[in-house]
Design a protein around this ligand. Structure first.
Ligand code: ATP
Ligand code: MG
Ligand code: MG
Length: 283
């Protein structure tokens, strides 16, 4: 880079280091998506296609950034562990738009997402973070489902629906849904009720005991000369040991959640099962 008297502005680029040994959560949220949803005719309360597009954008981020091990989404927001790039999410959202939306739903203006990063010191806060978003998903979806049933099926204005629901608890909303509209809340799609969790499927290590053994090494395999895992590094170069020592099987590398097929689940993140079934995620 050429030096110039203008270069001093570089000194304004202050370090914004993150604390080491912490779990990083990045939350991405659509800016002004209330308007965006209206402008693009999103179905109320849940436009499935729009949610699927959000899920696809989140998958794209995980394809791009292996260090992101879990994503969680609801409505217009998505949370991820470890440096996610908001721009990747945004560009994927636009990129996949036509693939998900019906032909007559043309993008009216460029969507914007904000992003924030939060550092959590231990597993407890990370799990609680996802529990918090999952509870938020439930509360919002129950409210929105009842609100839009009152408006779309019950003929109430949005102001009236707001009044009907003011001061109600979740039992009341379930009751309104069931008795007035014949809707059994718990039978609604899990994607709406639980949100979306994006995670990689476990990849079993190649050389575990119950899998096929390592193929025999050929004599002139150059990797034979490289013994990165020899117990005594001097042996590798000591002619007394020759070049013919048996290659040690590579140590079994446990799955760390950063490679393999990315899947979108709709599970209850308030329970610990998700984490217990995937102990590698918070290792
Ligand atoms: P901000 O810029 O502060 O984030 P916002 O308008 O995006 O404001 P949020 O609180 O983030 O408001 O809420 C997102 C809104 O986007 C929801 O209230 C809903 O109206 C709309 N929305 C997002 N996704 C969908 C969807 N899949 N189906 C229907 N509506 C949706
Ligand atoms: Mg928003
Ligand atoms: Mg939001």
């Amino acid at each position: 880079m050429a030096n110039s008297r203008f270069q001093y502005v570089r000194s304004f680029e202050l370090a914004d280091n993150l604390l080491p040994s912490t779990y990083l959560v990045v939350r991405v949220d659509g800016k002004g998506f209330h308007r965006f949803a209206d402008a693009h005719g999103f179905a109320k309360p849940n436009d499935k296609t729009a949610l699927d597009l959000m899920d696809r954008a989140a998958k794209r981020v995980m394809e791009e950034v292996p260090d992101v091990v879990v994503g969680f989404g609801e409505s217009d927001e998505y949370s991820k562990i470890v440096t996610l790039i908001v721009s990747c999410f945004t560009s994927a959202y636009v990129f996949y738009w036509t693939q998900y939306m019906p032909k007559d739903r043309i993008l009216q203006y460029p969507p914007i997402f904000d992003g924030r990063i939060v550092q959590y010191p231990s597993e407890k806060e990370v799990k609680d973070y996802f529990k918090w978003r999952a509870v938020d998903t439930h509360i919002n979806n129950l409210y929105n489902t009842t609100f839009w049933a009152l408006v779309l099926q019950g003929g109430q204005t949005t102001t009236q629906a707001n009044e009907t629901l003011s001061g109600t608890v979740s039992g009341d909303k379930n009751e309104i849904l069931f008795s007035q509209f014949g809707i059994n809340y718990s039978s609604l799609p899990e994607q709406f009720r639980r949100g979306s969790t994006v995670v990689r499927k476990e990849v079993l290590p190649e050389n575990t005991i119950n899998q096929s053994p390592m193929p025999e090494q050929s004599e002139n395999d150059s990797s034979e000369l490289v013994t990165p895992h020899a117990e005594d590094p001097r042996k590798a170069s000591n002619p007394l040991f020759g070049h013919k020592q048996k290659k040690k099987p590579r140590p079994v590398v446990p799955f760390d959640g950063t490679n393999g097929e990315i899947v979108v689940l709709h599970v209850d993140m308030v329970k610990d099962d998700f984490w217990n079934e995937r102990p590698w995620l918070l290792r």
